[in-house]
Design a binder for this molecule. Structure first.
Ligand code: AMP
Length: 577
């Protein structure tokens, strides 16, 4: 099938020909003829990268009357970046359609310029909902002649809380319009919008309903919670050509991980909501031109980023909303390329993993974090490949070569190779010298385990500090208990004591940190109060009365004071027995 056969006009064929579009993409083959022929509503399950902009954009350009200086088409998009991208694409496609004007209106830019443009008259408005509402209130955006509305990335618009705005905007568009809705996922809320605003929509599916393209591999690495960062680093080292986004859950985590990566010498930076728009633009631009190879980002901040040809997507934290997984991993494995989506999880995320598998219909490949040796091997051969393929710029280097040859003439070939390789490679050898496997977590042994990779971790004091700074895992609360190793407390004993003394179903216990005279452990936050109450009632452990309390705010001084109290009590007990 050719674009000509789809029924597109000469002006458009010429423009897209210049853009290098040779053949319609599947979604274009499906959507273009329908829209050119009938005035129908369409829902399209399609992600960015499938060619959906041209699928709805080309018929729109053909059908808009460029002689009429009124807004005839409205395209809503969740972010200003997508908004600008769509407007740019449509402007390119309509290069040879004289008189046709496309305008992007979005927040964060001067409104006066947009008002002036609207007053001059535009046939197609591409808008983010918030700014459009503003312009409608000011009576400069007039929608009473709109015959087609496109809701692009509808699920993202809902995620960003634009539902009310969409309702308000659509109330101002003539009822006899038709509506096109594109979305990477089709949750219930989107189906509800489709029911409310669309008449017998034709459903189009571009590509697969599953996460991202079919050529995305989903890898699962399960490690101890405190090993996540080391796993991330190893994976980044294992894929020397990595160009990816590391998704985190919170702004704080995002900043923390990015800081650590930068400190450890990676081309990384962070993107999150605590940064100003200018800072975000700067980071995004650096990432676009690949100055940054690893971008650590929150989901919300990454929405504004139009980079989709990633080699890897890394889920440092799994998203709560499983559909977000689809969005994330859909940024890799684009047009003919293969992509890798990596989830770094710990045991407590097991449920989240199986939910994703079920809801999205993917199967994770359970994988083991590469060993130091494997990483070194991979880096080494990557470097050798690069050396084999390096382009030699004779005009620059030839003048220096005679002196260099002279200086190195005492070295034979083997010695030369060894030295050049070591020059580049010592960083990895040093780092991974003592590090082998990251220990694999198991349900029981995972608790209270001590570092095994001392060589690797000893070099990262900052993260050690973080491990011990008393913050509990998300959803868990850290509890202080007045018993330690000296009292004979062991992880299993603690768990047993908890479950013997706290009524109801088994209490899930997370990380346990046993100290000499006292300890910390984590329990599900919603059970913390109940547990504290029950254990403080009158629980004894090997003759000692148990006392527990929330660990938050317990600084070193308090711990010391507590130790003193405990010591006093211990002495008394000894005297009594
Ligand atoms: P989209 O899904 O609309 O973001 O499009 C993804 C990319 O594919 C854009 O860079 C388009 O310019 C490009 N594209 C769209 N249609 C075609 C086509 N038929 N042939 C080649 N490239 C295309």
């Amino acid at each position: 099938m050719t674009f000509q056969e789809l029924g597109l006009s000469e002006d458009i064929l010429k423009a897209i020909g210049e853009l290098g579009f040779e053949k319609p993409m599947p979604i274009q083959e499906k959507v273009i003829p329908i829209l050119l022929e009938k005035n129908v509503d369409i829902t399209g399950l399609a992600q960015t990268g499938t060619g959906k902009t041209a699928a709805f954009g080309l018929p729109i350009i053909q059908q808009v009357d460029a002689r009429v200086n009124k807004t005839q088409v409205l395209i809503l998009s969740p972010t200003r970046e997508l908004c600008m991208q769509i407007a740019k694409d449509l402007t390119n496609y309509s290069k040879y359609v004289s008189g046709l004007r496309v305008l992007a209106v979005y927040g964060g830019a001067h409104i006066v310029g947009q008002i002036n443009e609207l007053k001059r008259g535009v046939q197609i408005i591409v808008a983010t909902p918030g700014r459009l509402m503003d312009l409608m209130r000011r009576k400069v955006a007039k929608l009473n002649n709109v015959f087609r509305v496109v809701l692009d990335e509808a699920d993202e618009m809902l995620n960003m809380g634009f539902l009310d705005d969409i309702n308000e905007i659509l109330a101002d568009v003539p009822k006899e319009r038709n509506t096109l809705l594109f979305s990477a996922t089709m949750p219930k809320e989107i189906q509800a919008i489709a029911r409310k605003y669309m008449v017998d929509p034709i459903e189009i599916v571009a590509g697969t309903r599953n996460a991202g393209a079919e050529n995305v591999k989903h890898l699962l690495y399960t490690v101890h919670a405190k090993d996540k960062y080391y796993a991330l680093k190893r994976l980044a080292d294992f894929y020397p050509m990595i160009y990816g986004i590391v998704f985190c859950r919170t702004r704080r985590e995002t900043q923390e991980i990015a800081d650590k990566l930068i400190q450890d010498g990676y081309n990384a930076d962070s993107l999150h909501g605590d940064l100003s728009q200018a800072q975000r633009d700067y980071v995004m631009q650096k990432f676009r031109i690949r100055n940054i190879r690893l971008l650590v980002a929150t989901d919300v901040a990454a929405r504004g980023l139009d980079v989709n040809d990633l080699t890897h997507v890394i889920h440092y934290s799994l998203p709560d909303d499983k559909q977000v997984y689809t969005h994330r991993s859909g940024r890799t494995g684009r047009i003919g390329k293969s992509g890798i989506s990596i989830a770094i999880t710990h045991l407590r995320e097991k449920f989240g993993v199986s939910q994703i598998e079920k809801q999205i219909g993917i199967k994770f490949i359970k994988s083991t974090v590469p060993t130091g040796r494997e990483i070194c091997e991979k880096q080494l051969f990557n470097m050798i490949d690069k050396m084999e393929n390096v382009k030699i710029d004779h005009s620059q280097i030839d003048t220096y070569l005679p002196v260099i040859y002279k200086k190195l003439e005492w070295l034979d070939k083997e010695e030369l190779i060894k030295r050049f390789v070591s020059l580049e490679f010592n960083r990895f050898l040093n780092y991974y010298r003592d590090a082998d496997k990251l220990s694999e977590p198991t349900e029981e042994r995972g608790r209270g385990r001590r570092d095994r990779d001392r060589g690797e971790k000893g070099r990262d004091s900052r993260s050690r500090q973080r491990d011990n700074d008393g913050r509990a895992e998300q959803g868990y609360t850290r509890i202080f208990i007045n018993l330690g190793k000296m009292d004979g407390l062991v992880p299993n004993g603690l768990i047993e004591m908890i479950n013997k003394n706290v009524e109801g179903p088994k209490i899930p216990v997370g990380r346990i940190d046993l100290m000499k005279k006292f300890s910390f452990f984590e329990v599900k936050s919603d059970l913390a109060k109940k547990l504290i109450k029950a254990l403080n009632r009158d629980t004894h452990f090997r003759g000692s009365r148990v006392a527990v309390e929330l660990a938050q705010g317990k600084d070193t001084q308090e711990k010391k004071a507590f130790t003193k109290r405990v010591d006093g009590a211990r002495k008394k007990r000894k005297r009594r027995f």
